[in-house]
Design a protein around this ligand. Sequence first.
Ligand code: GLT
Ligand code: MN
Ligand code: MN
Length: 387
Amino acid sequence: MTNDHSTLFSFGLWTVGNPGRDPFGHAVRPVQDPCHIVQKLGEIGARGVNLHDEDLVPFGSSAAERDRIVADFKKAMADSGVSCPMATTNLFSQPIFKDGAFTSNDPRVRAFALRKTMDAIDLGVELGARTYVFWGGREGTETDACRDGRDALAHFREAIDFLCGYCDDQGYDLRFALEAKPNEPRGDIYLSTTGHMLHFISTLQHSDRVGVNPEVAHETMAGLNFVHGVAQAMECGKLFHIDLNAQRIGRYDQDLRFGSEDLKMAFLLVRLLEGTNGGARYEGPRHFDAHAYRTEDVDGVWEFAKGCMRTYELLAERARAFDADPEVKGLLEATKKPALVDVSGGYSAERAAALRDLDIDAAAVGAEGLGYERLDQLLVEHLMGAR
Ligand code: GLT
Ligand code: MN
Ligand code: MN
């Protein structure tokens, strides 16, 4: 099975470049040079690389150093046939962001964050990025006594509106994708789920330019149904990007290899993204925001990366087989009966009267079996390659 090239797989420099540092232990792998990472991504068939400003250009670099680093990186991208579909800003590592960036109480921090983001947007656009991610890792609290949550949201809105204006002014063809997370590294992070983000977007001045970047691990940490969140984003045309990985409920943000946990959810997610059930396909990059187990050396990292892509392709193939299975089709047909009174056009007195006139035997309907046990068993059998 090969990538049919309509699927763009991408990895962040921070993912395959992750040296295995965690809050309790030092790095276990050497730091890999960004140009080398790009070359390796090209070799394994990943055609996209994503980055934070600081993944490529160290914080505090001079303009001349920045230009030299960027020129080398662009050459590596061209040599390997790897593009940069998405870029983002590191607004979490430097101590100045300890209490947030755009939502900080301190106007100096907010100004610094805007300036850093404008520079990072320039970098992303120079590398060809079409999507710009905002993950508010430090935009949160340990004590809510420090700030009124309404002020935090107003400041966050002000920042996103301002940066949309910056893109308009520069003539940048760039869409913003907001990434939610409930907690970690802050005790609580504002706009904790994709649903919170979707509402926030509806309050923006330039809401057309802004969508979401949901991450498997972030919704799953909180025990939420990730597939529902992605479906909601797709249904309102706001799935601008996606962070694929794996996660177990209730743990720290594990960012595991795609499909390595909750394979059934991964199957249903791929089925939704690929549109094998008849819905519109998600056409953006399949980005793996994940990293190898800390037990691995650099070879293990590239096994991890190949595994993410391979599992995605296998699940896409399984989803196609599931939706083409006549027995599955038959069971799903039964879920698609036409409405008795079409209310999709809104309320009318006639429709209300027609609803009142319907003869519905509630007891009989309530007593019908729906066949979902068989449907789910078929899903499991397809997932296991038994059909
Ligand atoms: C960080 C975070 C991710 C975000 C990245 C973008 S950085 O690794 O854990 O979920 O997508 O800022
Ligand atoms: Mn992410
Ligand atoms: Mn994560």
